[in-house]
Design a protein around this ligand. Structure first.
Ligand SMILES: Cc1ncc(COP(=O)(O)O)c(C=O)c1O
Length: 405
């Protein structure tokens, strides 16, 4: 019997449009347990000061909170603390790699390979880097079931490929890519692999050494943490050779009028005052996730996902995308025939069911699927079968509300 997680998430007891809330937009952001909120308040109420700079006790305490968070994240991902760079989110982490690594290591004739299922955060920066360096941006397209096509991978990953950038879990289809195999293939041709872990790190165990990822990015807020704290993992050897991304306070060793030498890792990539409160929240979030355990998280999400797909498949006017694969977790994307996804989401909102409708920051994927937008229900371990029933009941009302039946 699982613990009743709802007791730890007061917001999930609130109401939306007069109904108990069924929060099914966890791919956008997750709710925060009380322990995370307490840790942020505890930091601001008990030891707030600018870290790294002061010699007084409060600043030393703030530095400890911040650096302990780094150690916690490093252990969580099986990395070394110097390989963990704090950013504000996955987007900033991926931009850091694109601008600091990509701009400095690519030239005309080189290729960047990404998948058609990338979030704009792992797509637009590579477009810009390709334009600036003369490199070509290539795409791996999908097989009919929504998985990456093996043929495409073998055809497009060549000695010209210098960077393979791929999401571990698609934020639209919920399909889990075999990043370990992709990393091995990338390394075989001399490319590095950049993993977008925004949708994987909160849901499945991620071990950067086992994956042999060169870089991996994620956002705290999609894993119970506050907004404004993100992580970039990078292999030390690669990070050491990269120039800084942002410049200013804290990332320097010595500044002369015309020249600057930079700090060692990880400070070299952390310019300016950092989000210590966010780091405190991320520490508490990792503690919470570990206390639940990934076995439990995966089991619950698998149950909710298969249940939702089975029930939605019974509704004849619902079209599902990427739902006939085994390697899928936590995300169900669909449309209701003849109804715009925004109308679907608005009707569900009136029933207290929160889902996302739109292009999910993956417009090339939408175009590839032949859709302008879709509805997306996404789950976390605190969701229940009752939330799925509420989703189904609300979807069943959509066409009659639109006077289509
Ligand atoms: C797969 C994926 N990558 C990157 C991001 C960007 O995350 P953030 O907006 O927190 O930077 C998201 C956000 O939805 C995502 O789903």
């Amino acid at each position: 019997m699982d613990k009743n997680f709802l007791n730890d998430f007061p917001i999930l007891h609130s109401r939306m449009n007069g109904h108990p809330i069924a929060y099914l937009d966890n791919s956008a952001t997750t709710q925060k347990p009380e322990s995370v909120v307490r840790s942020i308040c505890g930091y601001y109420g008990g030891c707030n000061a600018n870290p790294h700079r002061g010699v007084y006790e409060l600043s030393v305490k703030a530095t400890k909170v911040y650096e302990n968070a780094r150690i916690k994240v490093a252990k969580f991902l099986n990395a070394k603390p110097q390989e963990i760079i704090f950013t504000k989110n996955a987007t900033e982490s991926l931009n850091l790699v694109a601008y600091s690594y990509g701009l400095n290591n690519l030239r005309g004739g080189d290729e960047i390979l990404i998948t058609i299922a990338e979030h704009h955060s792992n797509l637009v920066p590579w477009q810009r880097v390709a334009k600036a360096t003369g490199a070509t941006l290539n795409y791996i397209y999908l097989a009919a079931d929504g998985n990456l096509s093996a043929e495409e991978i073998d055809k497009k990953l060549t000695r010209r490929t210098k960077i393979l950038a791929v999401t571990q879990i698609s934020n639209v289809l919920g399909i889990v890519n075999d990043v370990k195999t992709l990393a091995a293939k990338a390394h075989e041709v001399g490319a590095i692999i950049v993993v977008d872990g925004a949708q994987s790190v909160p849901h499945i165990p991620v071990d950067v050494q086992d994956l042999d990822a060169d870089f991996l990015a994620f956002s705290g807020h999609k894993m119970l943490s506050p907004m404004g704290i993100g992580v970039l993992y990078g292999k030390k050897k690669i990070l050491d050779a990269m120039p800084p991304f942002l410049s200013g306070g804290d990332m320097i060793e010595y500044v002369e009028e015309q020249e600057t030498t930079f700090a060692e890792l990880p400070q070299k990539f952390e310019a300016g005052t950092q989000n210590v409160g966010g780091a405190a929240g991320l520490t508490a979030a990792i503690d919470y996730v570990q206390s639940v355990g990934f076995d439990t998280i995966e089991r619950i999400e698998h149950d909710l996902t298969t249940y939702a797909i089975a029930e939605l498949k019974k509704i004849p006017y619902v079209e599902l995308y990427g739902c006939d694969v085994e390697n899928k977790i936590g995300i169900v994307t669909f449309n209701v025939k003849d109804v715009h996804p925004h109308d679907v989401a608005t009707i569900l909102d009136a029933e207290g069911v929160a889902i996302r409708a739109g292009h999910h920051c993956a417009q090339p994927l939408m175009k590839y699927l032949g859709q302008n937008s879709t509805c997306r229900a996404s789950f976390y371990f605190y969701n229940t079968r009752r939330d799925i029933e509420r989703l189904i009941e609300a979807v069943q009302k959509v066409r009659s509300v639109m006077r289509l039946n």
